[in-house]
Design a binder for this molecule. Structure first.
Ligand code: FES
Length: 155
């Protein structure tokens, strides 16, 4: 009985702590490596749909009654913020990300334009810059009314 207990290798406290630190270091490194590898793995196993990136996927944003003329609504397209605007029977959909420093623009009904709260840039319903400092227009999607539905994206 006593021989079995003595057969176990004796490990000093210092060696035990060193081994524990080594195991922790290996575990932490594995988790960090997975954090880098995981997005690459996901991209390789299920790459994003090219038609979605190009803005070809149609999305119903609202019923026509749900967005009266003169109003706008925020929505997401391919994970990015957009504004859809109903202006006198025409539908416009533009990115809500200001091209100056990336703040979110909002529809100002009174002015009839998209306004950035950060530095005052303003854009028309097509996303064109009406007032800087924004250097470029807002990217836009195709917007239309199909059977009383407001639809954006698509060719
Ligand atoms: Fe919009 Fe500066 S971030 S004007």
């Amino acid at each position: 009985m006593g021989d079995e207990v003595n057969a176990m290798p004796r490990v000093s406290r210092r060696t035990f702590v060193q081994r524990l630190l080594n195991v922790s270091l290996v575990g932490t490194s594995a988790v960090a490596a997975w954090g880098v590898i995981s997005p690459v793995w996901r991209y390789l196993t299920s790459p994003p749909k090219p038609e979605l990136e190009a803005g070809f996927e149609r999305v119903v944003v609202s019923s026509l009654k749900g967005l009266p003329a003169g109003e706008a609504r925020a929505f997401q397209y391919a994970g990015l913020p957009y504004q859809v605007i109903h202006d006198r029977g025409a539908i416009y959909a533009v990115s809500a990300i200001c091209t100056h420093k990336g703040c979110l623009v909002a529809w100002d009904r009174r002015r009839g334009e998209l306004v950035c709260p950060c530095h005052g840039s303003a854009f028309d319903v097509n996303g064109n810059v009406k007032q800087g400092p924004a250097p470029r227009p807002l990217p836009s999607l195709k917007g239309r009314i199909i059977q009383d539905q407001i639809v954006v994206g698509g060719a």
